[in-house]
Design a protein around this ligand. Structure first.
Ligand code: HEC
Ligand code: HEC
Ligand code: HEC
Ligand code: HEC
Ligand code: HEC
Length: 460
């Protein structure tokens, strides 16, 4: 366990007793090992976020809009757990641990109380608390050297842990822990190793290597940006209250502009019958980790380039392959099928799979990290990932250059040609989403950015 020596708290007698009990508890956990890590608590040991809402109103409203309040109840999370991961865990011993494990991050209170599998969201059990205020605010550190797979240490009770000194509340005790102001805190859930030992989520590890991470710009600085406000309704106003935005890929505004794009051609004029070479420069300008990060197995980020002539005819320009091994998974192919392990889970014989690249037009460049199952087929079942393909995502502050060679038609009409390049983001591969009956708003493409150039057509 990592010790945060500067945890400050004022002890009442009651608190002292509680500390002794916590020590006793740790000894018990140490003796029985991680076997007993789940099931140590009851739901009554954790408060619901609605209780916090009565005083921390605006923080609650922000949180309520974010994915953090829906880590268990959100539709795709529910479907993936109950229809894919849970049946798979019961079928394939190698992945049996995810029956409980998924909940370590998505329904942490259910996990800690041993309520596995939790009741489905429609039954409105306390598992629906998702990632609650109380869970985050009773975390005091993490076990081991690297934060991953919910290895946080939680000390539920009267004391709520924060980062600001001097606050007082009649409702709860306040203790200061610097841990909440570290990226490792986020990393306890935003890094994940699957049963095959593969890093299937590594947002914190990516951040650590990023220019932003090296400059000390924390996850909190971009996702919990401070603003002048009060953290309690009608309470003291501070210049830097941490806003609980947690806006990420599910926030269209956060996606828009996160990638930048610039397009240029090797000539100032388009000549019918000749070749025009275009280059697109794509930059992850705003995220302190790869785009996509986290659930990279199910996201699609791609670059689409097309030309339009004066009469409105469009010409789709496929990317020029760079020719490295594994690139075939990074260029859209509407004939390619993948995700056959969904058929294994559902017990469908000779399941041919689902279209690998959703609706991405043939030949478009895909910025992705392919997740491969033990048979080498692409999978969205991150828990069933035995190896990874080439990591061709957009790395933080690292540009990618893609070229497009256009054999300009001989009969291209006179006038201007407009060449348009656009980067799109789909939160879920649309073909998989449709197969699993997930509503369209979960996978509809979002435009991250676009650029265009206009060139005159000259016959000589
Ligand atoms: C009866 C009102 C009330 C309720 C209910 C309440 N709090 Fe508080 N809380 C306060 C007050 C007052 C402060 C001190 C604010 C200040 O420093 O200005 C505070 C401070 C905090 C802090 C410390 C913030 C810091 O400055 O670092 C945390 C963390 C916190 N509360 C979490 C919670 C959580 C989690 C819940 C629900 C389980 C909760 N609170 C419920 C009134 C309340
Ligand atoms: C994913 C974990 C997480 C969740 C969920 C969460 N918080 Fe926080 N909260 C934090 C972290 C981290 C900080 C401190 C950030 C920092 O200082 O860098 C914080 C800060 C605060 C503060 C102090 C703000 C300030 O700057 O004075 C209060 C009060 C608070 N949280 C209350 C709540 C309440 C109430 C909820 C639920 C509505 C909630 N938190 C949900 C992680 C969380
Ligand atoms: C206890 C586990 C846990 C901790 C700690 C945690 N997260 Fe999360 N976070 C999750 C889970 C689970 C989701 C996925 C929600 C979903 O889509 O189901 C999530 C989602 C998010 C999202 C939304 C992504 C999207 O697609 O829109 C952001 C942003 C985020 N977290 C940032 C943070 C930051 C910043 C911290 C640290 C201050 C943090 N998280 C700490 C578990 C955690
Ligand atoms: C410099 C600002 C910045 C920093 C630092 C940063 N993020 Fe992000 N994050 C973004 C932006 C912008 C996006 C939207 C683009 C995207 O979804 O990839 C994003 C997206 C996300 C997503 C959704 C990713 C996806 O594609 O599904 C998660 C989860 C997330 N961040 C968590 C974190 C965590 C955890 C950390 C720290 C380890 C962190 N972020 C650090 C800016 C930042
Ligand atoms: C170590 C913590 C952790 C574990 C374990 C974990 N997840 Fe997640 N999960 C996350 C985080 C964090 C995100 C958000 C990442 C992002 O937005 O890119 C997420 C995102 C997701 C999403 C995407 C939600 C959306 O709408 O985009 C699904 C679905 C999901 N998880 C299901 C599962 C299932 C099923 C399991 C078990 C096999 C599991 N998770 C295990 C932390 C975890």
């Amino acid at each position: 366990m990592v010790h945060y020596d500067s945890i400050e708290r004022s002890f009442t007698r009651e608190e002292g007793m509680k500390k002794i009990w916590i020590i006793v508890l740790f000894v018990v956990i140490a003796v029985f090992g991680s076997l007993f890590a789940e099931g140590t608590y009851t739901y009554d040991d954790f408060e619901s976020s609605e209780i916090c809402a009565s005083c921390h109103e605006s923080i609650y409203r922000q949180y309520d809009r974010s994915m953090m309040s829906q880590t268990f109840t959100h539709i795709w999370d529910e479907v993936e757990y109950y229809e894919l991961a849970l049946p798979h865990a019961r079928k394939l011993p190698k992945v049996a641990e995810v029956e409980a494990g998924c909940n370590g991050c998505h329904a942490p209170v259910a996990f800690l109380t041993g309520d596995i599998p939790p009741k489905k969201p429609a039954e409105e059990s306390r598992a629906n608390d998702s990632l609650s205020c109380d869970l985050c605010h009773t975390i005091t550190g993490f076990k081991g050297e690297v934060p991953f797979n919910f290895n946080f240490v939680v000390e539920p009770g009267e004391t709520k842990y924060g980062t600001r000194k001097g606050g007082e509340s009649t409702y709860h005790e306040i203790a200061v822990t610097p841990f909440l102001h570290t990226a490792e805190f986020c990393g306890t859930c935003h890094n994940e190793k699957d049963p095959y030992g593969i890093w299937v989520k590594s947002t914190h590890l990516e951040w650590k290597e990023s220019p932003q991470g090296k400059a000390g710009v924390l996850c909190q600085d971009c996702h919990m940006t401070p603003a002048r406000s009060a953290s309690v309704t009608a309470g003291a106003v501070y210049d830097d209250v941490r806003q609980h935005l947690f806006h990420g890929a599910h926030d269209t505004g956060k996606l828009e502009g996160a990638a930048e794009i610039l397009l240029y051609a090797d000539a100032k004029k388009v000549k019918p019958g000749k070749t025009l070479t275009l280059e697109a420069f794509v930059l992850n300008a705003k995220a302190g980790h790869s785009i996509p990060s986290g659930s990279a197995e199910e996201r699609l980020v791609w670059l689409h380039v097309e030309a339009k002539d004066a009469r409105g005819n469009t010409y789709h320009l496929p990317v020029d392959p760079k020719g490295f091994p594994g690139e075939e998974l990074l260029i859209a192919d509407p004939e390619a099928y993948a995700y056959q392990d969904i058929g294994d889970i559902k017990g469908i014989d000779n399941f041919k799979g689902i279209k690998r690249d959703g609706d991405v037009p043939a030949g478009d460049r895909i910025f992705r990290l392919p997740y491969l199952d033990p048979d080498g087929r692409m999978t969205i079942a991150q828990w069933h990932t035995a190896s990874l393909g080439v990591d061709y995502r957009l790395k933080p502050l690292e540009a990618r250059r893609e070229t497009f060679t256009w054999k300009v038609p001989k009969d291209l009409p006179e006038g201007d040609v407009t060449i348009h390049a656009e980067v799109f983001y789909s939160r879920l591969v649309p073909s998989v989403a449709r197969y699993m009956k997930i509503p369209e708003e979960e996978y509809a493409p979002v435009s991250m950015n676009a650029d265009k150039i206009v060139l005159p057509v000259v016959s000589k």
